[in-house]
Design a protein around this ligand. Structure first.
Ligand SMILES: Cc1cc2nc3c(=O)[nH]c(=O)nc-3n(C[C@H](O)[C@H](O)[C@H](O)COP(=O)(O)OP(=O)(O)OC[C@H]3O[C@@H](n4cnc5c(N)ncnc54)[C@H](O)[C@@H]3O)c2cc1C
Length: 812
């Protein structure tokens, strides 16, 4: 008999749900219930190829996969209920281009910081470790020593058993049919066998994610693809090898392979792939498969045959074709459901067996403590906003499926579901040869191409845009540049309690003066960095009453909105309205920026009348705009916030005014370089929930004397303990490649730090990087080595803000 009340209801009994339930009990919550419509594992999990790998493209992914591996090892060695886990067969990701090898070297450097030893090996070594493969058209690969495979049924039952032993309840044959939220934010979960009230619900429903999403009025950006593998009969060479075959992942011909008995399991990512369940899913699709269709994978099969001729001799034992979920960017959605109180999800898992142990762990931490031990932005469901609908997701899912093992290169943006978010300037700038990058769905100018079909190579080295970016920057430094920043997150905060609310949210002093702008930081309850935002105090005018504009990173809209809403006290009168999709910023930056503004507006732009960090409503030509004197470039600069309907008109006015001052466009690549020269930080690259403001060097933005702010007591406790790491600026002795986020800094054989950002500083002529390093390595002048794409490059700590540290240019 199911209980009628509990703390958390987890819906779905695949690996995602079982791992979450188990980890909730591990975090100390035992009054938790899992509801499964059929049997445990009866969705996708039962037929998974169940490979467990350690590879990830950032440290959070590597860390969570390491957790899975350690957990599975422990479950496998349970003396009473052991489970089948072929641990540490090893695995190889193949490569046939030097650029792929560069990527592997970077991922090896990044994983080293997480205590994981990947190895980059040549083609002969690949063959030595996997005797079935040929070295034809092969340069080498990445060796992951801990790869293996696990029995998915045993794994889930083992997790469920342990959760039950800790007090959790598991109810099978209990379909959830609706979800009703009470006024206080708690839930009534309706099932075919009665109702259960709970504080928190978790959607872990695999390919039925959107059936359950619809019950709470949410459409998740998750789509399913059909995915096939087959199992071969025994292959004599395997039995003869004397060791188990390592796993293989092939980006050249799009298949994977692992040993199964004395044969192989080979899975395919065919180009002629198929979405599944777009128009609804048969309720009886349980423990079920899609019809086989080996015709579809014929091209991939040819590649696999060429690499492993021994397969051609082996018969096919069975074929499995089942639905696998993808999200809009390929990474799962694990965390808080945007805009919903007390609702979490663990969905869109496309490698759920390998990752599920780790995702359930990070989700349980978020539910119980509000935050996980790693920064979870790469899996946060709030990282996309309005563009992430099911149609766009299915296009991205197809693209991701077709490129399954081909990782994204730096600055690579693939074409599916683009353009999603544009402004009236997008086609205008495209006609002026703009190349676009994508930020939260927005097409943002990256740089201006020298000719229309200019295409830089995909590389981890500096590429052919180097001189183009240098020229854009020198124009900003010496004259004036124009840049469109669309999708910048902006909320209007109003109401009688708006000021005290904002004061409580920020850890430092935020200016109360109207007409002024201030930068500040928001902390979580652990005193760690949650967000960065500017507050602009706009005086009352014929456009509206006195109000505050909260501005933060383009991708942070749902994240910051959730965080702010969550902290409005029941007795507080505060309203927050998003203007993100209503306005666009044009930045005019450079020593002649004032001249350009003076030429297109009747205001007094002198520094006495409109000093740095001012805000005013005014007109550019005849367009109503709001201008702020703030600068991310380190030059005299103005941000012009323009309602989208007036954007083109304002652009024409500013462009015309800029002509005689030599104004040219500059893009996001130039901005990235310039902000690093100024010591400015980037949210979710440098500003992470794993560090506090003192570790990040933001001491001047903290006021511990303030009455109260979120995270204050935790921060005071942290201050007593001292920093675990410190953010520093580095100069690298290398001219051919920038540092990439995640790369490891080394002293002797020890990792002493991790890169967060890297770019060439064109005005200071230095290869710059930011990194968190051990405190004893943070002094200016400290030297260490950076594992940069497998090469040991000298790195030296330099003073932050290497360009114009006195701010004379911004203040001019
Ligand atoms: C052919 C194939 C091979 C794969 N190989 C690998 C691999 O080698 N390695 C790897 O890591 N991953 C692999 N995957 C992916 C992996 O299997 C999935 O990521 C994982 O199984 C997803 O688990 P899940 O718990 O999210 O979903 P599911 O296993 O689908 O579980 C969801 C559960 O929710 C239940 N449910 C749905 N609606 C309701 C409701 N209304 N009420 C109650 N319960 C409900 C369902 O019955 C189901 O049991 C493979 C997938 C496929 C298709």
């Amino acid at each position: 008999m199911m209980k009628s009340q509990t703390r958390v209801v987890v819906i779905g009994g695949g690996i995602a749900g079982c791992s979450t339930l188990y980890h909730l009990t591990q975090e100390g919550w035992s009054d938790v219930v899992l509801l499964e419509r059929n049997d445990l594992t009866s969705g996708t999990t039962w037929h998974s190829a169940s490979q467990v790998t350690n590879f990830g493209m950032n440290q959070t992914m590597v860390g969570l996969k390491t957790h899975s591996i350690n957990l599975y090892k422990e479950l496998a060695s349970d003396t009473d209920h052991p489970i089948n886990y072929n641990h540490a067969d090893g695995g190889i990701r193949l490569a046939n281009t030097e650029e792929q090898m560069q990527g592997y070297r970077h991922f090896a450097s990044m994983a080293r910081g997480m205590g994981v030893d990947f190895e980059v090996i040549d083609a002969q070594e690949c063959q030595r470790r996997h005797p079935l493969i040929s070295t034809e058209n092969l340069i080498g690969g990445l060796w992951d020593p801990l790869d293996g495979d696990i029995d998915p049924y045993q794994l889930c039952h083992s997790l469920a058993r342990r959760a039950r032993n800790a007090g959790a309840e598991v109810c099978t044959d209990t379909p959830v049919t609706s979800l009703d939220q009470y006024k206080d934010g708690t839930w009534k979960v309706v099932t075919e066998h009665g109702n259960i009230d709970c504080d928190i619900v978790v959607n872990a429903c695999g390919y039925r994610v959107n059936e359950v999403g619809a019950m709470m009025g949410v459409q998740h950006p998750v789509a399913s693809m059909e995915h096939q593998y087959f199992l071969t009969e025994d292959i004599p060479a395997i039995a003869k090898a004397g060791h188990r075959m390592p796993l293989l992942r092939c980006p050249i011909s799009d298949y994977y392979c692992r040993q199964d008995k004395d044969g192989l399991l080979i899975g395919f990512y065919e180009q002629k792939c198929k979405t599944w369940g777009m128009d609804g899913i048969d309720p009886n699709f349980v423990n079920a498969l899609c019809p086989d269709d080996l015709e579809r994978v014929a091209d991939v099969l040819d590649g696999a045959f060429a690499r492993m001729p021994a397969i051609m001799e082996a018969g096919i034992r069975s074929v499995v074709n089942g639905p696998i979920t993808y999200t809009i960017d390929g990474s799962p959605l694990v965390g808080k459901i945007p805009g919903k109180k007390n609702a979490f999800c663990i969905i869109g898992l496309r490698a759920g067996l390998g990752e599920g142990g780790g995702h359930g762990w990070l989700l349980a931490q978020q539910i119980v403590h509000g935050e996980a031990c790693y920064d979870t932005w790469c899996i946060d469901p709030r990282r996309f906003t309005s563009h992430a609908n099911v149609e766009a997701t299915s296009l991205k899912a197809i693209e991701d499926y077709q490129n399954e093992f081909r990782f994204h290169f730096p600055h690579e943006h693939r074409p599916a579901a683009r353009p999603a978010k544009t402004t009236s300037l997008t086609p205008v700038l495209a006609a002026e040869n703009a190349e676009f990058t994508v930020v939260n769905g927005w097409e943002r100018v990256e740089y201006i191409k020298p000719y229309p079909d200019f295409k830089p190579s995909l590389s981890f080295h500096f590429d052919e845009t180097f001189d183009i970016v240098a020229k854009e920057i020198s124009n900003v430094r010496d004259s004036v540049g124009l840049c469109e920043v669309n999708g910048f997150n902006r909320f209007e905060i109003t109401g009688p309690d708006a000021q005290s609310f904002v004061d409580r949210m920020f850890c430092g002093n935020i200016t109360h003066k109207t007409g002024r702008v201030g930068l500040g930081y928001l902390l979580n309850d652990f005193g760690m960095l949650k967000s960065e935002a500017t507050i602009a105090n706009i005086p009352s005018s014929d456009r509206g009453p006195k109000r505050m504009w909260y501005g933060s990173a383009a991708a942070s809209e749902f994240h910051d909105m959730d965080w702010l809403y969550q902290h409005i006290n029941p007795n507080e009168k505060v309203e927050i309205k998003s203007l993100t999709n209503e306005q666009t910023i044009l930045i005019v930056a450079g020593p002649k920026a004032r001249d350009v503004l003076s030429a297109c507006s009747r205001e007094d732009w002198s520094k006495e009348s409109f000093p740095w960090l001012s805000v005013r409503e005014c007109f550019i030509g005849f367009s109503s705009v709001t201008v702020m004197s703030v600068s991310f470039s380190g030059e005299l600069a103005y941000e012009i916030h323009i309602p989208n309907e007036a954007l083109y008109a304002a652009y024409l006015t500013i462009s015309k005014a800029g002509e005689k001052f030599g104004m040219n466009m500059f893009g996001s690549r130039a901005v990235e370089s310039m902000r690093m020269e100024k010591g400015f930080l980037s949210w979710k690259a440098d500003l992470l929930t794993e560090f506090d403001p003192f570790e990040t060097g933001l001491d001047r933005f903290v006021n511990l004397k303030k009455d109260n702010f979120i995270g204050k007591s935790a921060l005071k406790r942290r201050l007593k303990v001292g920093p675990r790491q410190k953010l520093v600026t580095l100069s690298l002795d290398c001219t051919h490649a920038p540092a990439h986020g995640g790369a490891s800094l080394i002293e002797g054989s020890e990792v002493v730090g991790t890169i967060t950002s890297g770019e060439w500083g064109h005005r200071v002529n230095k290869n710059l990087a930011y990194a968190y390093v051990n405190p004893d390595k943070s002094e200016i002048g400290t030297k260490m080595l950076l594992d940069l794409l497998g090469e040991m490059v000298p790195a030296e700590v330099i003073a932050p803000c290497p360009y114009d540290s006195s701010y004379s240019r911004i203040l001019s």
